[in-house]
Write a protein that binds this ligand. Structure first.
Ligand code: SF4
Length: 915
């Protein structure tokens, strides 16, 4: 059977990739079929795919149906192969799995074959036989487990009574609580208990603590390990924002895979926690710490033996809280309900509240059996977070969507900044912690704490400050930014004699920052000793209480609780992140010393130059990785900076780029090199502020607004330039001329105003469309990389024309960019005819920003828009090559304004009938 199936698939591969059956909710566009077929092949062959599909082309659905079709076939093949092996009683191949089912060659190791080990034949055969038997046993176990799970999920899906088992359990709990309360009230109201006769005591029931109260689940599965199933082959899908992830989950729900896919949505505790007391702590770090602390209390309680318990009880001052939502039995039920039907984060939280079970852990426990895991970038791209969440990438598929900024994202996740105030706070807290507990600490603990104190002191000194003084009032003599290699920084700070790897491991294992956080929370804010405060802080009160004869009571945890939320996370945690960054290889990062006025405002920042080091594990462990986005051009960055740097051979990388779904005549992209008065359009930094340049830009916009109906969105390279131009137009009277045709809106700097501005903008366009007066719509002045250049759709009348004023090159004078350019020039090979890698980086950053902004218009098949690029530099073939294919293929360069205007007028007149 297997060979027939394989040969069919082989035939598909060779004949026509489209031969694979892809369930789809409607007849897919041709480009969607191509996308799915290409995706299937990449997953099957274990490659790394860079997929580009413009927004509005149904990329999410293509990803879902393509990837889940592959998983469907993969699982089917695996089962068939297992059945064959079980029937035969033993495998025929030495690795126990048919080649098609094992990991693809790219992620396989190369263990020596038995023959190659040089053992005698009988040993080799014995070992082989044993392996075969073990494999068959394992397969049998797996089959049983899978069957059980499938039955359980089927029951939940088809049995409404079971579906809400967790809810029922909660209701039972509430009823028990009610009865208990009633009983206690009755006891309290009753008379003195009757004296029992001697020997009768043993007949009286001893005080009863239910398993649940003791933190041990009453079900059969008492150990968390029982929740740790084998991880089936799955797809990890990650995207940038929670709303993008929720949108993706809704697409899965609507797809033909919506009923049967085991999907789990992961998120941070901040998004998923349902314990009100913990949630109100506000910051991610505090929520994480409190939750972990509570789990630890629970496990500690579980591990205390019966004999230990009385002594422990006496010793313990206050019982530590455990989370009532962390009950194994309910978590298991929640896990099953999660797997039984596709849910987004919101639905998961609602279910968790209903069932009184933690959605964060319920989701985590669902990972092993899930087929599709939906999670934010941070959880996948940061190795410690990944491990903490229980994600295992070995042999799995990863899809990274909205990946146009993937390199920046990885860089930002791993670039750490620690401020002078944090260094001082961490030092002060550690010092006071040592004063309080020093005598109880073991020598090794003290040694590492001393090293940490020393490091903090030196970090402050290298910034030019003094750890013993108030960071807010300490003015630094030097101001400015200095950039160092890691080694130079270590030497200059005089900490090159300290083994940072060991210190880092100590911090990780001892959980020192967590303890310090608990310590400061217990006794209120800890301040630098010399800081002058009008009132005594909680910690000072506490210190006073330790003095002989003190009368001031220490702050109680309850009092401390009042001013707790939201409080910034432990400063030592930031320092730990910085220390971890300093263990990066010397050539892959830099340290930026930023000295700004006072010590508290100054900072040390680690800048990651080589994001590939953090992506290497993902591409090495995964079976296949898909990097997808609406505008992935220019892709050379991904290939060179990320994949080649992570050790991926060029042959393993596959590129796929599809056109747009719109007919070719629905888009008019123009590069305009000069304006109506023949002024050459050159928006370089030196020229763009010239009055004639700003006048010419205004004239072009006036002309455009005369012929474009509805909304015109105009992007400027920066807020500053936009304001400069507007102020100039106001003076020259051009703004007044513009308002004859279009009402003018400006992108707000504050994020919370964006929605309101967009609402008014779209209302105005709608109103003008109906009124048909001289005002024909609105003009939105926006900024590249601002709040309107990503994630907002200017479909239909909201964006009939998108204008890009100049080229948004990043600030080439920034030391960070200069360092990155120098790094790339040094590390990447340069072909003789190509630009230096550093220069290419700057161009690519600029064009990525342009592509993002102009991709805001054209959002569906019937949409149409003109795209106008103002700057003669766009005419360069090298720059045009960096435009998305669907624009690049149709773009026209207009040396003068006349023909450009005529083309625009014709385009919009013709299209007017369509809208
Ligand atoms: S176990 Fe869940 S509900 Fe409880 S504190 Fe932790 S995240 Fe919140």
């Amino acid at each position: 059977m297997r060979s027939t199936l394989l040969s069919r698939i082989m035939a598909d591969e060779t004949q026509e990739a489209g031969g694979i059956h892809f369930p789809f909710p409607f007849t897919p566009y041709a480009i969607q079929k191509d996308f799915m077929a290409a995706l299937y092949q990449v997953l099957e062959a274990g490659k790394i795919g860079i997929f580009e599909s413009p927004t509005g082309t149904g990329k999410s659905l293509s990803l879902i149906c393509g990837a889940l079709s592959w998983l469907r076939d993969f699982e089917q093949k695996k089962r068939q192969e297992e059945e064959r092996l079980l029937e035969a009683g033993a495998p025929t191949s030495s690795d126990g799995l048919a080649p098609a089912l094992g990991p693809p060659p790219s992620c396989q190791g190369s263990p020596g074959t038995p023959e190659a080990t040089g053992e005698p034949d009988w040993i080799t055969q014995f070992v082989q036989k044993k392996e075969e038997r073990d494999l068959v046993d394992r397969l049998k176990e797996e089959q049983v487990r899978r069957k059980k799970r499938e039955e359980r999920l089927q029951q939940i899906r088809h049995n409404a009574k079971l579906r809400f088992a967790a809810k029922r359990m909660r209701q039972e709990d509430e009823e028990t609580e009610r009865l208990l309360r009633l009983s206690s009230e009755m006891l309290a109201a009753g008379t003195e208990p009757e004296q029992v006769a001697s020997g009768e005591e043993e007949l009286v029931l001893a005080e009863y603590e239910s398993d649940e109260e003791k933190g041990v689940p009453s079900g059969v599965d008492v150990d968390e390990d029982d929740l740790d199933e084998e991880h089936v082959t799955k797809i990890y899908y990650c995207s940038r924002t929670h709303s993008q992830l929720a949108q993706f989950v809704h697409e899965v729900q609507k797809s033909p895979f919506g009923q049967d896919t085991r999907l789990v949505s992961l998120g941070s505790r901040q998004n998923l926690c349902v314990n009100g007391d913990v949630r109100k702590l506000g910051s991610v770090q505090l929520i994480n710490d409190r939750c972990v602390e509570m789990q630890r209390s629970k496990h500690e309680r579980k591990s205390i033996t019966e004999e230990e318990e009385p002594t422990r009880r006496r010793r313990r001052q206050e019982p530590r809280a455990t989370c009532p939502f962390y009950s194994h039995e309910r978590l298991q039920l929640l896990r099953d309900e999660v797997l039984a039907g596709v849910k987004d984060v919101e639905q998961l939280v609602a279910l968790g509240k209903e069932a009184r079970a933690c959605p964060y852990y319920g989701g985590r426990f669902a990972i092993p059996a899930a087929q599709l895991v939906v999670l934010p970038y941070q959880m996948l791209l940061h190795a410690p977070t990944r491990q903490a969440a229980g994600i295992r990438l070995q042999g799995q598929v990863v899809v990274i969507d909205e990946a146009h900024n993937l390199i920046d994202t990885i860089t930002n996740i791993h670039s750490m900044e620690v401020r002078g105030s944090q260094l001082c706070q961490a030092h002060s807290q550690l010092l006071q912690y040592t004063e309080r507990y020093g005598k109880r600490l073991k020598a090794k603990n003290l040694m590492y704490i001393k090293q940490l104190l020393y490091l903090l002191e030196k970090f402050v000194a290298v910034l030019g400050g003094n750890i013993k003084q108030n960071p807010n009032t300490q003015t630094l003599s030097q101001a400015g930014t200095e950039l160092k290699t890691i080694n130079d920084f270590l030497f200059q700070s005089k900490i090159d004699n300290i083994n940072l790897f060991k210190v880092r491991r100590y911090c990780e294992k001892s959980k020192i920052s967590r303890k310090l956080l608990g310590f400061t929370e217990r006794y209120g804010a800890v301040l630098v000793p010399s800081m002058e405060q009008p009132k005594l802080s909680g910690f000072q009160v506490f210190l006073q209480s330790l003095q002989p004869g003190a009368t001031v009571a220490p702050a109680t945890p309850a009092e401390a609780e009042e001013d707790r939320s939201p409080r910034p996370a432990s400063p030592l945690m930031h320092v730990e992140g910085f220390l971890e960054a300093l263990t990066t290889a010397n050539q892959d990062g830099r340290v930026i010393l930023s000295r700004q006025g006072s010590l508290s405002q100054s900072s040390l920042k680690f800048l990651l130059l080589n994001p590939a080091v953090h992506f290497a594990q993902v591409v090495k462990e995964c079976r296949a990785v898909i990097i997808a986005g609406g505008t992935m051009q220019p892709v050379s960055d991904f290939r060179e900076q990320l994949l080649a740097g992570a050790g991926v051979e060029a042959e393993r990388v596959v590129e796929f780029s599809c056109g747009h779904v719109i007919p070719p005549d629905h888009i008019l992209p123009l590069i305009i090199c000069s304006g109506p008065s023949n002024q050459m359009l050159d928006f370089t930094y030196q020229k763009r502020g010239l009055p004639q340049m700003m006048d010419e830009t205004g004239r072009i916009l006036c002309n455009l607004c005369n012929v474009v109906p509805g909304g015109v969105v105009c992007f400027f390279p920066s807020y500053e330039y936009q304001h400069q131009v507007c102020a100039h137009w106001e003076k020259s009277g051009l703004l007044a001329r513009l308002t004859i045709r279009k009402r003018i809106f400006q992108e707000p700097k504050k994020a919370n105003r964006v929605e309101q501005v967009l609402l008014e903008y779209s209302r105005c366009i709608k109103h003008c469309g109906q009124a048909r007066g001289t005002e024909t719509g609105a003009l939105l002045l926006s900024v590249v990389g601002g709040k309107m250049s990503e994630g907002i759709n200017f479909s239909d009348d909201l964006g009939r024309c998108v204008v890009m004023v100049g080229m948004p090159y990043p600030n080439i004078m920034s030391p960070e960019l200069q360092e990155k350019m120098a790094y790339l020039d040094q590390m990447l090979p340069r072909a003789p005819s190509q630009a230096r890698p550093g220069k290419a980086l700057v161009e690519n950053l600029c064009m990525k920003a342009v592509n993002q902004s102009i991709g805001r218009a054209i959002r569906h098949q019937k949409d149409f828009a003109s795209i106008v690029l103002l700057d003669q530099r766009y005419a360069s073939p090298a720059i045009q090559a960096k435009l998305p294919a669907w624009i690049r293929d149709r773009v026209e360069v207009k040396a003068t304004f006349g023909p450009a205007f005529a083309a625009l007028r014709k385009f919009h007149r013709e299209k007017a009938g369509l809208s």
